[in-house]
Design a protein around this ligand. Structure first.
Ligand code: XIL
Length: 339
């Protein structure tokens, strides 16, 4: 697999895979993972709906399958994710009490998944997308999460109050992860990384709160910047801002990661494809030249299998390194040139 001249094998550069991926992609990825990437994450196979299909019944087949795939191809593996409001099992939202969620359901799920996958994991997304999209400057960590207006911070049981009204559910996930995870514990979210930005400020509030109130050492923490972006000014984070944010994390002793990079383009033109290449290269450089950034995941393998499809808000999509035939695009050559 690719090794960076700048960071050597300390730079984990990879993509998504699932053992239930379409056969055509599975064939294609086995070749590409061997030659291009050295790092793999399950696109869906480690999510809660798949790993705990019945209450307190763990099924790690798909999650461990991707980990084994990584091992078989000489790649490292990262865990995504133990707690998210989305892609939960059908039995969960609306059917547990707040105290069961915090004291039993979350600890059991996090312990079972993290201990089940063992030590061959670089980092786990312990909590995914807790923070809202309509944050404002000055919110405290709970207000940031409350503003997400999502399960479990909204009413799910037909009653008049939200299921949880404080960060105890996040503390439960993180303190359990701290006990069982030998690698980095990551807070992962989208639309983060810009400076003078309330969502990014919320990330800092949240990790500080987790440190102060759940006892999570900064040296064990990372912040994952998903980076689902667009190749148009205003739709991505400029490199100098990423660098500033990564440095601010480094000053705290916290890692920075790019965890789900994809970039739609507004039109299928040479100019747009070259712009995509330039900006993606900037993200690579922001990571490579930051002392605390060691993982960079490209989300989805090729344009025809990406979860981002053409349409309003996503232009003509084409958001990955490889085109719909599996051939490398300008962005692919640009990215590898930065190594
Ligand atoms: C997406 C997958 O790519 C899709 O296949 C699935 O249908 C929905 O989830 N943020 C995340 C990822 O953290 O888990 C999401 O992945 C994309 C947004």
């Amino acid at each position: 697999p690719s090794v960076s001249a700048r960071k050597g094998s300390l730079f984990h550069f990879g993509s998504t895979h699932d053992i239930f991926a379409p056969a055509a992609e599975a064939d294609w990825t086995s070749d590409k993972f061997w030659n291009v990437w050295n790092h793999i994450v399950a696109e869906n196979g480690c999510k809660w709906y798949d790993t705990e299909p019945e209450p307190f019944v763990s099924n790690l087949t798909d999650c461990k399958g991707v980990q084994q795939y990584a091992i078989d191809h000489g790649c490292t593996f990262r865990g995504h994710n133990t707690f998210w409001h989305s892609q939960t099992p059908a039995w969960l939202p609306g059917n547990v009490s707040a105290s069961d969620l915090v004291n039993k359901v979350i600890p059991n799920h996090v312990e079972t998944e993290i201990s089940g996958l063992g030590s061959y994991v670089t980092s786990w997304d312990v909590t995914n997308e807790l923070i809202g999209d309509s944050t404002t400057m000055g919110m405290d960590a709970w207000e940031c999460v409350e503003s997400a207006d999502r399960w479990p911070t909204v009413t799910v049981d037909g009653g008049s109050t939200p299921l949880v009204t404080n960060l105890s559910f996040a503390y439960a996930a993180w303190s359990t992860a701290l006990k069982y995870d030998p690698g980095k514990l990551v807070y992962n979210d989208y639309s983060t990384g810009a400076t003078n930005n309330s969502k990014t400020e919320c990330v800092f509030k949240l990790i500080t709160d987790l440190h102060e109130n759940a006892g999570i050492p900064y040296s064990r923490m990372g912040v994952g910047h998903q980076s689902h972006v667009g190749a148009m000014p205003g739709y991505f984070v400029p490199k100098d801002q990423l660098e500033t944010t990564f440095q601010r994390l480094a000053d705290m002793g916290v890692d920075a990661l790019i965890t789900e990079m994809d970039m739609w383009i507004p039109s299928n033109t040479t100019a747009a494809l070259r712009y995509q290449a330039a900006i993606w290269g900037d993200y690579i450089d922001a990571c490579l030249y930051s002392s605390n950034c060691h993982e960079f995941i490209n989300w989805d393998n090729r344009d025809d299998t990406s979860w981002i499809t053409p349409g309003p808000g996503h232009g003509v999509a084409m958001p990955t390194l490889f085109d719909a035939n599996g051939n490398p695009k300008p962005v692919y050559y640009e990215v590898l040139a930065r190594f």
